[in-house]
Design a protein around this ligand. Structure first.
Ligand code: ZN
Length: 215
């Protein structure tokens, strides 16, 4: 390699980057016109640089794809996990739902006989063990009503036992599963003297379930 070639090849990177002074550019270009070796070296430098930048672009792209994929995977994983938790909670609450304390009020016709009354009570007691049955007479219902509205006695002043429009009733307390079954039984038997049946859930099943977890 000629001495001048050495100098020019030292300058070729800077020449390619366009950072040489005007006099150095002239020197390089004059030499290049007549030197095949240095021309080839410049070609090599150019192709190396463009190859490197292509490689870098590819790596960057791969990194981006991986980042996006990671974010997506994390999101999908979290969503799936949340969904599973919600489903499991709902199943557990649903399973638990039958145990929720409930009550049922069986409203009775005014003319119901003692025999008809005891038929209803017996039917429930025969089929269900863990059930509480309370009889409420018309008088009791009226007194309770009056107590409830004791702030406003005029409202119910005209009502007494002779014109009491409130029905007597049975109040049945049990878990929801039994209450539902008793309701079906009463409908099926079509007891004489039963006016209407209403059921209530006493507890919020989700709240009950949470309390059970905490305990
Ligand atoms: Zn040369």
């Amino acid at each position: 390699m000629k001495k001048e070639c050495e100098i020019v090849q030292d300058l070729l990177f800077s020449y390619n980057d366009g950072v040489l002074s005007k006099s150095s550019i002239e020197l390089v270009e004059n030499h290049l016109k007549n030197c095949k070796l240095c021309q080839n070296r410049l070609k090599e430098i150019k192709s190396d640089i463009s190859k490197n930048s292509d490689d870098k672009k590819e790596v960057d792209y791969l990194k981006k794809v991986r980042k996006k994929l990671n974010k997506k995977t994390i999101l999908i994983t979290i969503s799936t996990l949340l969904l599973v938790i919600i489903i499991v909670l709902n199943i557990m609450v649903f399973v638990n739902y039958n145990n929720v304390a409930s009550n049922m009020q069986i409203y009775l016709e005014d003319g119901i006989s003692q025999e008809e009354l005891s038929q209803i009570e017996q039917k429930i007691k025969d089929n269900y063990s863990d059930v509480e049955i309370i009889y409420k007479s018309k008088e009791e219902e009226l007194n309770e009503f009056k107590e409830k509205f004791s702030d406003n006695p005029n409202l119910l002043a005209d009502y007494n036992n002779s014109n009491n429009a409130l029905p007597a009733s049975y109040i049945v307390k049990a878990n929801l599963k039994n209450i539902k079954n008793i309701e079906k039984d009463i409908e099926k038997e079509n007891f004489k003297g039963v006016k209407k049946v209403t059921t209530y859930v006493d507890e919020n099943p989700y709240l009950l379930f949470l309390i059970q977890i905490i305990n």
